[in-house]
Design a protein around this ligand. Structure first.
Ligand code: UT7
Length: 371
């Protein structure tokens, strides 16, 4: 009886949610252990692991010197305020986000010798689909030969890849599917206004892909903390082209099809929510800055990364970074970090992903590296 009361008292929102999600499979989440998500050992559920990574960035570079010729800015301001020196741009106007997503997927398939017909499901996280309707993911799946997969796009801005990994992990853990490919890809140059110095200096193009399968060695997706708050949508958005502001001469003349960001406000939320989510994941999994191998944070601004590192007392070398060379590639950022750091990773390494983006959307996730 006492134990029941104790449980009722301490049950929180997360536990309730996961309990509901898992009850249909007769699996019990433990609240007392370090892992709130689930007790894999005492269940039939499989842990999902990342078993392959691929990536692609276009060859063309847009440097700070190039931007100095386009808007009233300078290298010193951009580097000191953001940490960005250059970004990659997919210049060919006949190529959309799918071009990069396909390249990243093919890189993974070739490196890991994956039979594309064995892929069950494919998600493309993006805010720059090739077209507003007709999922980019479906086109990517067809082009890479994933003829047995169902595929759809997921839109959660800079948190898109994090959310998509959570979906993939759940699909594998449930036993519904065996191989799920998750791609983060964005052609940000297609929505940025290159006359707006507050946004055009930040964003770049790219794509990254990972494969999720059931773990073979007990390493994989361990825990997640995901949140959203729609009251933040006025701070970071593309207003027009949807059902609220359909495309019209007026929306076009007012530049409402371009990305708008109130940088200062987004910055404040990004620092506090990414740090909160990371701390929550660290705390409930009993990981401290010494046990953590890498923080894998969304690359929006080097000052955001520094602020989070200070808050969780993490040395610089444990923070994955590529902002200097790619800028902010939105949904492609997290998989491109894995792509760049893959050779440094070893089985059992503890990684914490953290992201914040338009919506607002944000969260953190804990994964142990499987290979
Ligand atoms: O990825 C999704 C989530 N996004 C983020 O997390 C982005 C978060 N925000 C940021 O990274 C930063 O807010 C920015 C990089 C966008 C802007 O940096 P900031 O330090 O917040 O600058 P600010 O907007 O407060 O502007 C400071 C000054 C202003 O001039 P005044 O009014 O003080 O005279 C701006 O007009 O800097 C000016 N400024 C620039 N100056 C030179 C703004 N952009 C530029 C520029 N070059 N490119």
């Amino acid at each position: 009886m006492l134990s029941l009361l104790w449980r009722a008292f301490f049950i929180n929102k997360d536990f309730d949610y996961y309990k509901k999600r898992l009850s249909s499979q007769r699996i019990f989440a433990t609240h007392t252990g370090s892992n709130l998500l689930m007790d894999y050992k005492n269940s039939a559920i499989r842990k999902a692991a990342i078993t392959g990574v691929g990536g692609f960035v276009p060859e063309d570079k847009l440097t700070n010197a190039d931007l100095e010729k386009m808007v009233d800015t300078n290298d010193e301001w951009i580097v000191s305020r953001t940490g960005i020196k250059e970004r990659r741009i997919l210049k060919d106007p006949s190529k959309g986000t799918s071009f990069m997503a396909i390249k990243a997927a093919e890189d993974l398939i070739q490196k890991k010798q994956v039979d594309p017909t064995s892929i069950d499901m494919l998600i493309v996280a993006t805010i720059t689909p090739d077209m507003p309707v007709a999922a980019t993911a479906a086109y990517v799946a067809s082009e890479i030969g994933a003829t047995n997969a169902f595929a759809y796009d997921l839109q959660a801005a800079c948190s898109g890849f994090l959310y998509a990994m959570s979906t993939a992990s759940a699909m594998i853990s449930s036993g519904h599917y065996k191989k799920v490919m998750v791609i983060g890809a964005d052609k940000m140059s297609s929505i940025v206004n290159y006359a707006d110095r507050s946004t055009c200096i930040i964003f770049g193009d790219g794509a990254g892909a990972v494969l999720f399968e059931a773990t073979q060695n007990d390493f994989g997706w361990e825990d997640e903390y995901l949140r959203s708050d729609g009251s933040g949508r006025m701070f970071l958005n593309i207003k027009a082209g949807g059902s609220l502001y359909p495309t019209s001469e007026e929306t076009f003349n007012n530049g409402l099809h371009n990305l708008h960001q109130d940088g200062k406000s987004v910055f404040k939320y990004a620092v506090s929510e990414m740090a909160n989510a990371t701390e929550e994941i660290l705390k409930r999994n009993n990981i401290d800055h010494e046990k953590l191998d890498y923080l894998v944070p969304h690359q929006a601004n080097k000052r955001i990364l520094d602020a989070i590192a200070r808050r969780i007392n993490l040395p610089e070398e444990k923070i994955m970074k590529n902002i200097e060379y790619y800028g902010n590639t939105t949904a492609a950022t997290l998989p491109l970090l894995l792509f760049d750091y893959e050779s440094k990773l070893k089985p059992g390494d503890k990684l914490i992903f953290a992201a914040f983006g338009g919506g607002f959307t944000w969260g953190a996730a804990y994964l142990t590296w499987a290979y």
